[in-house]
Design a protein around this ligand. Sequence first.
Ligand code: NAD
Ligand code: ZN
Length: 359
Amino acid sequence: TTSAREVAVAGDTPYTIHIGPRLLDDGALLARSVRGRDAMLVSDAHVAPLYADRVTAALQAARPDLRIQRHVLPPGEAAKTLANFAEVTLALADARMRRDATLFALGGGVIGDLAGFAAACWMRGIDCVQLPTTLLAMVDSSVGGKTAVDLPQGKNLVGAFHPPRAVIADTAVLRTLPARELRAGLAEVVKYGALGDADFLDWLDDHADALLAMDDAALAEAIARSCAHKAAIVARDPFEHGERALLNLGHTFGHAIETEQGYGGLNHGEAVAVGMVLAAQLSEVLGLAPAADTVHLRDLLQRLGLPVDLPGGLDPDRLLAHMRLDKKAQADGLRFIVWDGVGRARVLAGVPEAAVLDV
Ligand code: NAD
Ligand code: ZN
């Protein structure tokens, strides 16, 4: 269709991100990455009833000889555990999957991270095809090869870099996604414009309504441009030694809000939306960027139905304490992704705590 798009990801193991409506019914596309005669479809209990049969039928039609197993996990972040990771590897063992087997990760970032980690570890690494079903997974977690599970001590503490064999993002599945989850993904889309592409931010200004109405062409364009940004950054810094940190724009504030509020507070994308506005305000306080750019970002996020103000009742000193403990904090004091204006983000170390409290 006219709204189908492809993004190439360079690296030691290059792959393609396919984006467009109803791609999950494209058996030939799904089968293209399959090398052996075995496949395991990993999904969660929300997504599997909606889409797993369709994926299986399309794959089976293209490859009648393929043995397709299925493993369904409970939905949500609480399922991203070592125990569920172990369960997937045991299922791979029970099914006698070999080195040439293909694991399909059908779901949001939780399934993508956990199943991707299982693929990274089973037989020291088998092919993983990401079939992201949330906007966040399409524009962020399915691209770049980071996989992980959580521990009680913290998120994503055990994991591996394992780039997918392919990413197939069916934009039509976003119609069943709760509206709040769609908006959370849009926060990460805005992030790519804010950090490195002022033209994209202008495009988002013009297409905010089309995106909220889930226009297929607008979604495919927004996802493709987001993936192209992430892919370019990841290709230049695959193991997160430098530039990849820019992807954390808004996340230092955002994580502090998420940690402080816990379950029932803002979700990740919402917290990042507030965090980006705070990062823009911090840049203003530090004299780096004009106030007009903060207003621009804030207005766009607001139009997309995202929160832009720090929720009431949060203690700034407690938020600061969380930021001091942030995984990305270093010996040189507080580090933030700031900007010199829309599309020009950079890492700044040694940010004075007084400036953060001021914001
Ligand atoms: P998620 O996987 O929990 O999905 C959100 C909810 O939507 C779940 O309840 C899920 O069952 C449901 N759902 C998914 N697709 C649906 C659909 N099409 N229709 C109806 N319901 C659907 O959460 P998420 O926001 O996709 O991902 C969050 C995870 O991603 C976190 O664990 C985070 O650490 C990880 N992440 C990883 C990276 C990375 O680089 N690997 C980057 C960003 C985030
Ligand atoms: Zn994020």
